[in-house]
Design a binder for this molecule. Structure first.
Ligand SMILES: NC(=O)c1ccc[n+]([C@@H]2O[C@H](COP(=O)([O-])OP(=O)(O)OC[C@H]3O[C@@H](n4cnc5c(N)ncnc54)[C@H](O)[C@@H]3O)[C@@H](O)[C@H]2O)c1
Length: 337
């Protein structure tokens, strides 16, 4: 039986991944270490709270003592490090939290595995570490050119994890996924923000000309890729994970409005984000050659996501009535009416 340490399991991707492992592995134990920042929500996992295979620890990945206790008490075989500050806009306003969690936090976890041992350490990185690309796609050996404090701190954590493989022979794999979407995503990110704003007949604040391009990966595909890499990936390697769905932000906005039968007049173009990368694109040939493919087509994934937000009104309305409102009004210079 494997013991997993999943950090950041109360966030968007982490909670989906905890659920994915529990549904795919009868015999396992999962320790979820989460600091419960504004983005961490224990309700994301309320359905597994009573599962004997699941243990929640409230704590910070930067806290050496807490991390050491987890390794001493539970001896995790496999670590998936999802815990991070994850929103670019917030990193522009307050980079220090990002540098701490996304770099120092990775260091603390790597040191613990170095001391206590373990089978595999998966560092969840992002395609944003490559920076923007006008044409073509990034592959895993391309240089990293992160251009905001979020992507720069993720690049630091990404390469630090790799350095522990090279220097200390720690069993590390790094994954770089594209933009995720799906259930339980905090409504500050583009897709859930626009779905929930449209449901409330609030404007949809679109940066610049709305023509920035991202690749979109349905969160369940991300989970299946990570699970696949865990058994088929090669130690020391880095794997891009993408959905093969490149879209301009304006196209996504129109799809959301169309699905909800809301007018295009809700679109509000706002001043562009500082240092906004124009296009992210990544090749997933390496992972494809190993045998993994994304299963979700964007239109279906988006429809399922929209339906989830429609049926889980209470979940996002509670979040949007809290600290979110002040953050939102300052970021977009828009009043919630
Ligand atoms: N969302 C995406 O599109 C995307 C794409 C590629 C990679 N990633 C990476 O995937 C990971 C998860 O992203 P997400 O969108 O689920 O993020 P999220 O913001 O929804 O969740 C982050 C979780 O980490 C926890 N956390 C933050 N700092 C912590 C700390 N110091 N100690 C313990 N827990 C802490 C938070 O409480 C929260 O539960 C991140 O590492 C992110 O960089 C995200």
């Amino acid at each position: 039986m494997k013991t997993y340490l999943i950090t950041g399991g109360c966030g968007f991707i982490g909670s989906n991944f905890v659920r994915y492992i529990l549904s795919n592995e009868k015999e396992c134990r999962i320790v979820n270490l989460d600091k419960l920042t504004y983005a961490g929500n224990p309700k994301n996992l309320s359905d597994v709270d009573n599962d004997d295979r699941y243990i929640f620890v409230h704590g910070d990945i930067c806290d050496e003592k807490v991390v050491d206790e987890i390794f001493s008490d539970y001896h995790p075989d496999i670590v998936f490090n999802f815990a991070a500050e994850s929103h670019v806009d917030r990193s522009i306003g307050k980079p220090d939290d990002f540098i701490r969690a996304d770099m120092f936090g990775v260091f603390t976890l790597l040191e613990a595995m170095k001391l206590h041992g373990g089978e595999l350490f998966v560092q969840i990185s992002t395609d944003e570490v490559y920076g923007s690309i006008e044409k073509g796609e990034f592959s895993e050996t391309d240089p990293l050119m992160p251009s905001n404090p979020y992507s720069a701190s993720k690049a630091g954590g990404d390469r630090l994890a790799y350095s522990y493989y090279v220097t200390y022979k720690l069993p590390v794999i790094v994954t770089r996924a594209s933009n995720n979407y799906g259930p339980f995503q905090y409504p500050e990110k583009l897709i859930p923000l626009f779905i929930t704003n449209a449901l409330e007949d609030q404007p949809l604040p679109l940066y610049g000309d709305g023509k920035n391009v991202r690749d979109w990966l349905y969160v369940e595909d991300h989970c299946s890729a990570l699970h696949f890499i865990m058994t088929n990936g090669v130690l020391g390697e880095t794997y891009n994970i993408g959905g093969g769905n490149e879209m301009q932000n304006i196209e996504i906005t129109r799809l959301i409005l169309d699905h909800l039968s809301k007018p295009e007049g809700l679109i509000r173009f706002v001043e562009d984000r500082k240092g906004h990368d124009q296009r992210y694109a990544l090749s997933i040939n390496k992972l494809r050659q190993l045998g993994w493919e994304p299963k979700h087509d964007f239109t279906d994934g988006l429809r399922t996501t929209i339906d989830w937000y429609v049926s889980n009104n209470n979940w996002w309305r509670k979040i949007k009535s809290g600290e979110f409102r002040e953050y939102y009004e300052q970021t977009y210079n828009l009043k919630v009416v």
